[in-house]
Design a protein around this ligand. Structure first.
Ligand code: SAM
Ligand code: SF4
Length: 517
């Protein structure tokens, strides 16, 4: 087991099948869909958009494969293992298709985008291949597939944010929800396939974000996680969005191809380019420009009872403005996911991360200066191209310095078509990658244990999410710092969604144990 579970890429949720909450709507459903999701929170959030589109087309969801008229797999391409899991899963659907020839099978998400029509050639049982920006075309593609015509739409858009689609919450605890605030990524980290599978970065209209968060709050939700690949570069130009002459509006284009050696599209992000490479002048702010700090403040003002989290921050882009906004509002959770990837400047440069270890450390210092006690977690990759033992030791040293509460740890998996694939040799033998990863995991376990021990005796405000996994006599909730805490149900009036003060009495490496004070 070399990949570690977490809330953003939760291993325990991989392949999860969804059922929407019961509806009182008298809508007639004539067919059923089954959807399974893999990968990051963005994919799970996209499945809720897909469910909403299908719901409007008369499809209801089922958790049972044998009841389905349409099986969808929302896929991830980030590492080779994620793709292998999906391929294996598809073979399991073959028998169902034999039993029910009218059954349609569709592949959605990053793998659909990466492989495009190759998927239809390689996986004969697949009827639909739909990329992350083309979900609105699903109903039409389903009609064609019913007529025996295989359907594909992998067009990427510069505009699509699904802002007007109200997601159908799936497998929800009714308390916490993901809200997508932007799509795509303009960074070109050399190891990463995301800019190719999810296209150019675009920010969602803030009004629709506030409306979605307010609706969630009014429906009883008490925590929203604002999602984006790089939330710090959220940037919405209201003036441009309303002007009739915005040149790119509605333009749909295909993304640079991963299959060839050259990137074909003029819109291709340049190496290291980001939306903030050309930031707007300060004077423009307040003149129709909304930054991430401004958006955070707007969401925080919906209600002090609504907690706000966000993911993911990029060390090169996170600003003091964001940190001060976090510090100003109690309901913005004191937790930042700040991916490190590597602690070696040489490797960071090869990764095209646009920061140095010194820059990264200064961000950690700044977070702790502005918000003492703020939780910090990281993503770390072991065994990137040319990584030496000394590079690896530098990563361990930055981990020790940063004292992460937790980390999401991976060994490098070469992805076809990425900059690293084209420029560098994947030259670290697998056993060395795995040994280094294990050392990273061991150190993180030690740091997590230390971090939890430091919480002993402290009192935290906890949002109750539901019963603990082990016993319905205990509640499970989270602290502002995103730590899971379990405690006995000693007060009967409490329900999921209640806030309660809990003192930490014991801890394991992964969980705090406490009692209500
Ligand atoms: N946008 C976020 C960022 O920049 O940190 C993360 C996006 S990615 C979905 C999540 C994590 O997967 C990355 O931070 C990185 O650690 C890991 N990852 C991405 N590509 C990888 C690869 N080729 N091999 C191993 N891990 C990879
Ligand atoms: Fe991938 Fe880098 Fe974009 Fe994150 S910031 S999605 S790692 S390219």
């Amino acid at each position: 087991m070399f990949e570690i579970a977490h809330k953003v890429h939760d291993e325990s949720r991989q392949g999860e099948a969804f059922t929407p909450a019961m509806t009182t709507d008298d809508k007639q459903f004539n067919r059923r869909f089954y959807i399974e999701s893999y990968g990051c929170s963005m994919n799970f959030s996209d499945s809720e958009i897909v469910a909403s589109i299908l719901f409007n087309e008369g499809f209801s969801a089922t958790r049972h494969l044998h009841e389905a008229d349409l099986i969808l797999v929302n896929t991830c391409s980030i590492r080779e293992k994620a793709e292998q899991t999906v391929r294996k899963r598809l073979t399991e659907f073959r028998k169902l298709k034999h039993q029910k020839p009218s059954l349609l099978i569709g592949v959605l998400g990053c793998m659909a985008e990466r492989l495009k029509s190759k998927f239809l050639e390689e996986e004969k049982l697949v009827d639909l291949v739909v990329g992350p920006d083309a979900y609105r075309s699903l109903p039409g593609l389903i009609v064609d597939a019913d007529d025996g015509q295989k359907g594909i739409n992998v067009l990427l858009s510069r505009e699509e944010t699904y802002a007007d689609i109200s997601p159908v919450r799936l497998n929800s605890n009714g308390i916490t929800a993901f809200v997508s605030i932007m799509r795509g990524c303009n960074n070109m980290c050399s190891f990463c396939v995301v800019p190719f599978t999810r296209g150019r970065e675009r920010s969602r209209d803030p009004e629709s974000i506030i409306k979605e968060c307010s609706d969630l709050f009014n429906a009883g939700y008490r925590e929203v996680t604002l999602l984006g690949q790089n939330v710090d570069s959220y940037y919405y130009n209201q003036a441009a969005a309303t002007a009739p002459s915005v040149p790119q509006r509605g333009k749909v284009h295909t993304q640079p191809s991963l299959s060839g050696n050259t990137l074909m599209d003029n819109d291709t992000p340049k190496s290291g380019e980001s939306a903030l490479d050309n930031p707007p002048p300060e004077a423009d702010r307040g003149a129709g420009f909304i930054t991430f700090a401004m958006l955070l403040e707007m969401v925080a003002q919906i209600s002090p009872q609504l907690r706000i989290r966000f993911s993911t921050s990029h060390p090169k882009d996170i600003t003091d403005e964001v940190l001060f906004t976090m510090a100003k509002y109690n309901n913005i959770c004191k937790y930042i996911h700040l991916p490190l990837q590597s602690g070696s400047n040489r490797i960071l440069q090869l990764m095209n991360r646009s920061y140095t270890r010194e820059w990264y450390i200064s961000k950690v210092d700044r977070i702790r200066e502005i918000m003492p006690g703020c939780g910090i977690s990281a993503d770390i990759i072991a065994g990137f191209c040319t990584e030496t033992e000394e590079d690896h030791q530098e990563t361990l040293r930055v981990m020790e310095y940063s004292k992460y509460d937790m980390s999401y740890m991976f060994f490098y998996s070469e992805r076809p078509g990425t900059l690293a694939h084209r420029r560098y040799k994947d030259d670290i033998p697998e056993e060395i990658k795995k040994r280094r990863l294990q050392e990273i995991v061991d150190l993180q376990n030690k740091l997590s244990q230390q971090s939890n021990k430091e919480d002993l005796g402290k009192i935290f405000t906890v949002l109750i999410e539901g019963d603990s996994k082990k016993s319905n006599k205990d509640w499970m909730g989270r602290t502002s710092q995103n730590k899971v805490i379990v405690f006995p149900k000693s007060i009967h009036s409490l329900v999921p969604g209640s806030y309660v003060e809990v003192r930490v009495n014991h801890c394991t490496q992964a969980t705090l144990l406490g009692e209500i004070v």
